[in-house]
Design a protein around this ligand. Structure first.
Ligand code: GLA
Length: 408
């Protein structure tokens, strides 16, 4: 906000004074302060779906602490769709009977040193057919702030029919360019409206756009106040869905940075539809992508393998690196690289072949931007590999990955 003010001395002094007395102004520009690194936590949708209730969320918070996930960096406990009840005569939203006291639940989550997230839609109905925020944006933002909400996922859902623009992604259909532009502008305004509503509560709230990437959201979401935005349709708990989504992020790296992140959807690790190697691929790829790490499994029932994948601190450190640079593909055989602070680089070498013999894949160090030998550490084997001269050849398991940290 202060950056917008003229740089004259009096303006600078006024800004400094304003920030001392109203520190929330510092976060109010959706600056990097709200999510300086990609948000980490848990979301109810992938495992619990429409059945999620108060007890499930409390159990998730308990497990986040007991398992060590909180200490590994997972902080947000996010309720997805289906918590919404009816509005009262004044238009205030209430939770449904699955969530008897939302404020008490938020207090419980906070008492564990965690943060509390919630879900709504700019449309009249959410994707699950529950009450959305359409026409009640400020009122809902005020309610969330009163409950102690720290994170809002805002899901387009029924707002698509308000936009009357189903064909935004299908230009071949007979829709005029003007109509497309109008629909896009309406969507942007709807997202910005909630952004302004959240700001005026003066509570820092991470703002997550969920509209499946429509209209190249990564190009305009930061301007509309988004801290993260879904880039694709919903993920499923299988290798095909996860790898299609993950590897299709190539090219979006220039849109991410501290405070504004591409979101290829939540983690499926621990949900049972993939092998441990394939889940290691999701964890590694999401870390290379500087993607939000929102676990989507039942945290109260994790086996040792699931814990070891979700809580690999060396991989988490790649995701959470303070430079906030999203990695990119550096070689056709799915070799990806993410620059890290201090000049180090994370490199992930993926084997995407599931139904044939695994083949050796060679990383050329110069493709990762190194000239001369490098130190190498294997982040899944947790072991130093010594010095690499000019290349490194490995055979990652089918659907699996070898992930390295390289430095000179
Ligand atoms: C959409 C979103 C999902 C989930 C559901 C809930 O499909 O993309 O992540 O929030 O809605 O209804």
């Amino acid at each position: 906000m202060c950056a917008l003010v003229s740089l004259r001395r009096t303006a600078i002094v006024l800004c400094a004074v304003a920030l001392i007395f109203f520190p929330w102004l510092a976060v109010s520009a959706q600056s990097a302060n709200v999510s300086p690194t990609p948000p980490m936590g848990w979301n109810s949708w992938n495992h619990f779906g429409e059945k999620v209730n108060d007890a499930d969320v409390r159990a998730a918070a308990d497990a986040m602490v007991a398992s060590g996930m909180r200490d590994a960096g997972y902080i947000y406990v996010n309720i997805d769709d289906t918590w919404e009840g009816k509005r009262d005569a004044q238009g205030n939203i209430h939770a449904n009977s699955k969530f008897p006291d939302m404020k008490a639940l938020a207090d419980y989550v906070h008492s564990k040193g965690l943060k509390f997230g919630i879900y709504s839609s700019p449309g009249p109905k959410t994707c699950g057919g529950y009450e959305g925020s359409y026409g009640h944006e400020q009122q809902d933002a005020n309610t969330y702030a009163k409950w102690g909400v720290d994170y809002l996922k805002y899901d387009l859902c029924s707002y698509e029919s308000i936009m009357d623009m189903w064909d935004l992604n299908h230009p071949s259909k007979p829709v005029t360019v003007m109509r497309q532009q109008k629909a896009l502008a309406m969507m942007q305004q709807a997202y910005e409206k909630m952004h302004r509503s959240l700001l005026s509560t003066h509570r820092p709230i991470v703002y997550s756009f969920c509209q499946y990437g429509i209209g190249s959201v990564w190009k305009w979401a930061p301007e509309m106040g988004g801290n993260l935005w879904r880039t694709t349709d919903d993920i499923r708990d299988n290798y095909r869905s996860m790898s299609l989504i993950g590897f299709s992020q190539a090219g979006l790296e220039k849109y991410a940075g501290p405070g504004h992140w591409n979101d290829p959807d939540m983690l499926e690790i621990g949900n049972g539809g993939m092998t441990p190697d394939q889940y290691r691929t999701q964890m590694s790829l999401w870390a290379i992508l500087a993607a939000p790490l929102l676990a989507g499994n039942d945290l109260s029932k994790m086996d040792a393998t699931t814990k070891s994948i979700l809580m690999n601190k060396e991989v988490i450190a790649v995701d959470q690196d303070k430079l906030g640079i999203q990695g990119k593909r550096i070689a056709p055989l799915q070799i990806w690289m993410k620059p890290l602070s201090g000049g180090a680089k994370a490199v992930a070498i993926f084997n995407t072949i599931l139904d044939d013999q695994a083949i050796p894949i060679t990383l050329q160090l110069e493709d990762a931007g190194f000239t001369g030998p490098v130190h190498a550490r294997d982040l899944w084997a947790h072991k130093d590999l010594g010095i690499l001269q000019s290349s490194y050849t490995v055979v990652p398991p089918p659907g699996g990955v070898v992930m390295l940290r390289l430095w000179q």
